[in-house]
Structure formats: C-alpha cells, structure tokens
Design a protein around this ligand. Structure first.
Ligand code: NDP
Ligand code: GDR
Length: 368
C-alpha cells in the first residue's frame, strides 16, 4: 500500500453515488477500495471509466466481491483493507421495490449498516476508522414540520425507510456507546445522468428521449403530484467526504431547500426536447398530451399525441407526498452549498439521455 495516502472503503461503489464518490476520492489522492456484488452480468458500468488494471503498478482503485448480507466477508475485507474512512452507500435503495422485498431490504439496507459497524468494532479499528452512513430524507416520510431539519421527528412510510431508520439509529448508538467517529448524512433526493433508470427523474428523461426518437410510444408514471427536493449527486458526495473531515462527528441534512413536483420535472424535460405538454384528466385518468413541438429534438412526436399516462401500478401502498430540506447546519458548519440547480440537473440528464436515444435510434433505424 502506498505510504501517506488515505484509504477509503466504499460499499455500493457500483451505484450512482458510489461512482461519483470514488472519482472524488481518487482525485483527492486516496486509495479507494470498493465492494461489488457478484452478478451474472457486468454491474460496473458506472465505474468502468476509472477502472485500474490490478496487474499494474501503483493502483489506487481496488474492487472486491462482497455483500452487506455477509458479515464474515465484511470482517475479512475490513481486516485486509484497514480503512481510514468507510462510506456505507450500499443498499436496496428503491422505495417501491422495498414493498415487494421487505425482508431483504431490512437485511441489507438496515442490518447491513450494523454489520459494517460491527466489523470495525470487532477488529478494534474504532480509533482509526471513520464511518459514514447514507441516511435518507425518506426517514421523515409523513412529514411533521416544514422544512425538515436535523431535529424534525421521523415518520417512515416504507420498508425501505424503516430499514434506514434502524441504520440511522445504530450509527448514532455506536457513536455514543463506543465513541466511534460515525455519522449520518440525511440526504434528500439527488440525481444525475447516472441515476438508476427506474427512479422517477431518470425514468422521465430517458422515457421522453426514447419517445422523441421513436423508440417508445408512451411513458407510464404514478403520482405526478409528489414533491421532492432534488439536487445533483456530484454536489452531494462532496458533502459526504466533508462530514468525515470534522473534529467531531455530527449528523447533517443535505438538501437544496427548494422543492418541485414530479409534473414540473416532467414539463421541464419535455421543454428540453422542444415539446410543450398539456395535462388533461385527474388521478388515474391523467394524461400528458403534446401541444406543440419546436426544434428538431423530437422528430417522432406531433401535436395531439398522448405521450404520458398515469398507471396506478406505480402508486405506492403508503406515499411520501412532500419533502423539503433545510441545509442551514451544513452551510454554517461546513460551508457547504449545492452548486447545481434542479433545472440545470434536469437539462444535463435530458442531454445525456438524448445522446443515448439518438445512438439507439440510428442503430434501430439502420436495421442493425
Ligand atoms: P444506487 O441504488 O444507485 O446504488 C446502490 C448500491 O448498493 C449499488 O452499488 C448496489 O450494487 C449496492 N448494493 C445493493 N445491494 C447490495 C448488497 N446486498 N450488498 C452490497 N451492495 C449492495 O443508490 P444511490 O447511489 O442513489 O444511493 C446511495 C445510498 O444513498 C443508498 O444507500 C441510498 O439508499 C442512499 N440514499 C440515496 C439518495 C438518492 O437520492 N440517491 C438519497 C438518500 C439516501 P449493484 O450496482 O450491484 O446493484
Ligand atoms: P424516492 O424516489 O422514492 O423519493 O426515493 P423515486 O424517484 O423513486 O420517487 C419519487 C417520487 O416520484 C413518484 N413517482 C414515481 N416514482 C417512480 N420510481 N416511478 C414512477 O413511475 C413514478 N411516478 C411517480 C413516487 O411515488 C415518489 O413520490 C429516492 C431513492 O433514491 C431513495 O433511496 C432515497 O432514500 C430517497 O430518494 C431520498
């Protein structure tokens, strides 16, 4: 191991945040270790651009097979790596899916955090190793006060949020019980062109770009009235690192302080493609109809086309209608402010998905 370099271990390195955090830490001169799950097809697409050949000299990025459900694996890796900083980003992170997989979500998203903390403690690494837990605004669920701060009471509304509640408190408990440097970042929604395809922002930008290029006909969505405080993942991983550089560990809300509805995000994405959408109907009858098209980004749609429909299949058994964070503490203590606005984030996602859709359309239409 190279001397003088800090060593970080990231669970969930193949996910959206893991990929941005790995880039960030490598740029800061860290040796980065990441845990990836075994899967039957490649799952490293988000980090392929920073891959380093393990046979080369001076490698700073190392990937290990592992799983948050496997304690012995975590203990062995922790012993081998002896990290200065652990970022626990791994999780079954989809709220709707957690209603289908509640027990698995509890195990990985909830107890997984305990397994990582226990690995640090059992190996006597608590003096050396700092721990970051990826907590979530979903903890607030049925919100009690607006905007939500570090002091707002929690009211989780899904198996995912309940699992994250356990992970939040076990992190606080290990800090208080064993004096560990352990803290929670209570992050509000953050997105990017690397966002998983089934989260609503990416589903919208990808779906509309595919429709504009004639690859799909209609985008089916759930609750268009839900409101979220959406930031950019690149801004948020900077804060994850900052939280581990303080003298004493503390929990912070990370948010933009501004909220928008799913329908607004949908409208901006359509506008980015030159499509003006008109909404008709209510509830499950609601439809997004093309009113006008301008420019040449949407060659496959015309006025009158119905390109968005609400499908109750995407309604959740218990919904989180509104989330709005107050990042004042992060600003005061750490000087952190988000740099990328929600509209710019949306434009960046549309641009990236349009590029991919154009490429796919070219291949499809050329008969390859
Ligand atoms: P992603 O879903 O993009 O990434 C999740 C990561 O966890 C992936 O690398 C995934 O691996 C890995 N993972 C899943 N199951 C396991 C397992 N059993 N063992 C080990 N790793 C596993 O999430 P994000 O990057 O968006 O979020 C990062 C973390 O932050 C998550 O914990 C999420 O719950 C939390 N969070 C996210 C917010 C957001 O808006 N993005 C907001 C607040 C909190 P694979 O690639 O193989 O699927
Ligand atoms: P969320 O993100 O549940 O907030 O969790 P998601 O993008 O899945 O949903 C946001 C809101 O949009 C509504 N919605 C839809 N959602 C999805 N996925 N698909 C649809 O078709 C659809 N139509 C409407 C949802 O009902 C919801 O109200 C994300 C995850 O990253 C968590 O891991 C993280 O903890 C929280 O953000 C903060």
């Amino acid at each position: 191991m190279s001397s003088g370099q800090k060593v970080a271990l990231i669970t969930g390195i193949t996910g959206q945040d893991g990929s941005y955090l790995a880039e960030f830490l490598l740029q800061k001169g860290y040796v980065v270790h990441g845990i990836k799950r075994r899967s039957s097809s490649f799952n490293t697409g988000r980090i392929d651009h920073i891959f380093q050949d393990p046979h080369a000299q001076d490698v700073n990025l190392h990937l290990h097979y592992g799983d948050l459900a496997d304690s012995t694996n975590l203990i062995r890796l922790m012993q081998q790596i002896q990290p200065d900083e652990v970022y626990n980003l791994g999780a079954q992170s989809h709220v709707a899916v957690s209603f289908e997989l509640p027990e698995y979500t509890a195990d990985v998203t909830g107890v997984g955090a305990l397994r990582v903390l226990e690995a640090i403690r059992l190996l006597g690494l608590q003096e050396r190793t700092r721990f970051y837990q990826a907590s979530s605004s979903e903890l607030y669920g049925l919100v009690q006060t607006v905007p939500q701060t570090e002091k707002t009471p929690f009211y989780p509304r899904s198996p995912y949020a309940v699992a994250k509640l356990y992970a939040y408190w076990i992190t606080v408990n290990y800090r208080e019980a064993y004096g560990m440097y352990a803290c929670n970042g209570i992050l509000f929604n953050h997105e990017s062109p690397r966002r998983g395809e089934t989260f609503v922002t990416r589903k919208i930008t990808r779906g509309l770009c595919n429709i504009a290029q004639g690859l799909e006909n209609c985008l089916y969505l759930g609750n268009l009235d839900a409101k979220r405080d959406w930031g950019h993942a690149r801004d948020y991983v900077r804060m994850q690192w900052l939280m581990l550089q303080q003298e004493t560990p503390k929990d912070y809300v990370i948010a933009t302080g501004v909220q928008f509805s799913v329908r607004e995000f949908l409208t901006w994405s359509a506008e980015g493609l030159g499509i003006t959408l008109r909404f008709e109907g209510e509830g499950v009858e609601e439809r997004g109809i093309v009113e006008a098209v301008s420019g040449d980004n949407a060659p496959a749609v015309k006025p009158g086309d119905v390109i968005v429909r609400v499908d109750p299949k995407y309604f959740r058994p218990a919904e989180v209608e509104t989330l709005l964070g107050d990042p004042a503490l992060a600003k005061d203590d750490l000087g952190w402010l988000p740099e990328i606005s929600t509209r710019d984030l949306c434009a960046e996602m549309v641009e990236a998905d349009l590029k991919a859709a154009r490429r796919a359309a070219l291949i499809a239409h050329s008969g390859y």
